[in-house]
Design a protein. Structure first.
Length: 374
């Protein structure tokens, strides 16, 4: 099941919301409606508290979205493709298709988010002062003051020098500039990120023993997330670096087994899936590739219809999502394999099938290169 859904597009950047985002949205909403606003503005009715909480929560996530858009805007200005932005339980993340080309671009991208959050903090502080001066409802003053504090906190927290936080990316850019080695810079910044994660988890445990259960659990979860993100970010960079200069023709499997389109599902299972034990097969008709049939596609067809349904009716028709060129880089092929729902692609040239490339092929290549470098 898809874990995110598209909300809108801004600057040609798709904005998606992960389902986990609703967890933090609900927590913030309840905390504001039943805690912060009743405490700072006693005497109002429940509807007012919940209305103010809803507006403040939406403005908070609007602020987080602007934070991520600022990163993305700088990236696009520096010709770095952005696949999209996803809002999830811990805030948001902008998805880069490749690493920045030099440390100066990395530095500009990293600092853009905190600068945006500081600007928002100043804006909401100014609104707070203005609202106080004209005597508007105190709950509006509390709302803008809350948004001032939370944006300031976002800016400060993100500037902690632990990768992949913004501060960690600033640190990586500076080390990268000094060493001229992005791998070394990423390893150092990631290790510091792990240290920050351990510190957050330790603080969370202390909070638990001190009776602050919710705050303690939240810090532990943030620490675990940061630890995983720091480890994954370094692994991804090493992986991408290992694939530099490699093309699909270097790793594709040749002598591909194809299945005729008029073969029944029953025979397809017995003569192909059971015999060769592959997860999918290209389908041919009149010596031309017309699609791919997978075990998953077959499982969607009722068993009683297997003897009367042919491969051509069960297959996925040939499309750009299922094919790649032999001259494509392995890195670009990996992006295709990660999104086409198949995990493999047909290598085609001038309508002819040359081979198949899969995520497993790329993983084997990476492991081999890693073993040789050790």
């Amino acid at each position: 099941m898809k874990q995110s859904f598209k909300l809108m597009t801004v600057f040609d950047i798709p904005i998606e919301i992960n389902y986990t985002w609703f967890i933090i949205f609900g927590l913030v909403l309840v905390t504001l409606a039943q805690g912060f606003f009743p405490l700072t503005n006693p005497g109002n009715n429940t509807f007012i508290y919940w209305a103010a909480a809803m507006l403040a929560t939406l403005l908070l996530f609007g602020s987080l979205l602007l934070h991520e858009l600022s990163h993305s805007y700088v990236a696009k200005r520096n010709k770095l493709p952005i696949k999209g932005i996803t809002l999830f339980v811990f805030g948001g993340v902008a998805h880069l298709e490749r690493e920045p080309q030099n440390p100066n671009v990395e530095l500009k991208m990293a600092i853009a988010g905190p600068i945006c959050s500081i600007a928002l903090s100043i804006f909401f502080y100014s609104l707070t002062v203005f609202f106080k001066s004209i005597g508007v409802a105190s709950i509006l003053v509390s709302m803008t003051y809350y948004l001032f504090i939370i944006n300031l906190f976002v800016a400060i927290f993100n500037m902690i020098p632990g990768f992949p936080l913004d501060g960690g990316r600033v640190l990586r850019a500076l080390i990268w500039k000094y060493t001229n080695n992005i791998r070394t810079a990423t390893r150092i910044a990631s290790n510091i990120g792990k240290g920050v994660a351990i510190a957050l988890m330790g603080l969370g445990i202390l909070q638990l023993f001190g009776g602050a259960f919710v705050a303690g659990v939240w810090l532990i979860f943030i620490g675990l997330f940061l630890m995983e993100a720091a480890q994954m970010s370094y692994k991804q960079l090493v992986f991408k670096k290992a694939l530099v200069g490699m093309h699909v023709y270097d790793i594709m499997s040749q002598n591909v087994i194809t299945a005729p389109s008029d073969l029944t599902i029953t025979k397809l299972i017995d003569e192909y899936f059971f015999r060769f034990r592959h997860a999918s097969f290209p389908v041919i008709e009149d010596d031309k590739i017309i699609g791919v049939v997978t075990l998953h596609d077959i499982k969607e067809i009722p068993k009683e219809k297997w003897s009367s349904t042919i491969a051509g009716a069960a297959m996925r028709p040939l499309s750009a999502r299922l094919t790649t060129s032999s001259h494509s880089t392995v890195a670009s092929a990996l992006q295709l394999l990660a999104t086409n729902g198949l995990g493999r692609a047909l290598v085609m040239e001038d309508g002819k099938l040359l081979g198949i490339v899969s995520q497993k092929d790329i993983a084997k290549l990476f492991q081999m290169k890693e073993d040789l470098e050790q």
